[in-house]
Design a protein around this ligand. Structure first.
Ligand SMILES: C[S@@+](CC[C@H](N)C(=O)[O-])C[C@H]1O[C@@H](n2cnc3c(N)ncnc32)[C@H](O)[C@@H]1O
Length: 278
């Protein structure tokens, strides 16, 4: 496997990606991010789950968040995770068996949930809307399966907040400019979660943000900063939006690697969370 090729298809089509195992491993890395842990703690406080409730996690990945929340649902409650990727669902099933929680996992598409109307008390979705073709359709489906008075929790990244510092402000500005536009997917959905929820007719009862920071990275020890894409992949994003010539990609990557080796590297990314009642 070659991490440099990771995210060619990304999390929109995990099972077709030549580096499925890298994508699965990255889920564990992003699950350890301080921002992720902070947002999941915040979400758990907001949701105040009770024994016997039913929770749905849309785009559940390896199911760790659903399994953790299932602990609040007791033996009579149920957490259901759905994900488009067979590999993710297989991984989630195997982890949940080990942890003996009331959690079930199934393959499913956020745009067409295979669940009846109004059958869940809580629906959550984390870092998935940025990968779906129509976030509005996916949210409408989540709302459809929520019972009256139920809670919707959305957590997602806004890649327009991504900042990189390698000791060169013009370099940082180019990356910033490139990240302001949505490319092949709704990569800036995080800061639009509240609008998305309100447009779906729900009342927002809580919102927050958490910023993930990388303050150092040794490219000789790890091909990517923890849980992040490779710098070649970042360069391709800049090429896509005309901020970098294809022939300058190697130079771009080596500038970052050299700065990181010299201890002049930091990055930041903000993730948004919102909870709403139907
Ligand atoms: C970045 S991962 C996040 C996984 C998990 N929610 C987490 O936070 O650890 C995005 C997940 O969304 C899933 N996904 C992408 N498109 C989807 C769709 N249309 N329906 C359901 N899941 C989808 C991917 O397979 C992947 O597991």
């Amino acid at each position: 496997m070659n991490p440099e090729q990771t995210h060619a298809l990304g999390y929109g089509r995990v099972d077709d990606d030549p580096n499925v195992s890298v994508l699965l491993g990255t889920m564990d890395e992003t699950g350890r991010w301080e921002a992720t842990l902070q947002l999941r703690r915040w979400e758990q406080e907001q949701l105040r789950l009770r024994p016997g409730q039913r929770l749905l996690d849309v785009g559940c990945g390896l199911g760790d968040a659903a399994v953790a929340l299932a602990g609040d649902l007791g033996d009579t409650g149920l957490a259901v995770g759905v994900d488009l990727s067979v590999a993710m669902v297989v991984g989630a099933r195997s982890r949940s068996r080990v942890r003996h929680r009331s959690a079930r996992f199934a393959v499913g598409d956020a745009h067409r949930l295979a669940a009846p109307d109004r059958c869940f008390d809580v629906v959550r979705s984390e870092r998935t809307l940025q990968w779906v073709a129509s976030p509005e359709t996916a949210v409408a489906e989540m709302v459809r399966v929520l019972r009256p008075g139920g809670l919707l929790s959305l957590i997602d990244t806004d890649w327009s907040t991504f900042a990189i510092d390698v000791g060169d402000s013009s370099f940082a500005q180019r990356v910033h400019d490139a990240m302001q536009v949505e490319r092949r997917r709704p990569s800036t959905i995080g800061s639009r979660l509240v609008d998305l929820i309100r447009d779906a007719g729900l009342l927002v009862v809580g919102q927050t943000t958490a910023t993930q920071r990388w303050t150092s990275w040794n490219p000789d020890e790890s091909p990517t900063p923890e849980g992040c894409f490779s710098m070649s992949s970042l360069a391709e994003d800049l090429v896509d939006v005309g901020e970098l010539d294809k022939c300058d990609v190697d130079q771009f990557v080596s500038t970052i690697h050299t700065a990181a080796r010299a201890g002049r590297f930091s990055m930041a990314l903000t993730i948004f969370g919102a909870v709403a009642v139907i």
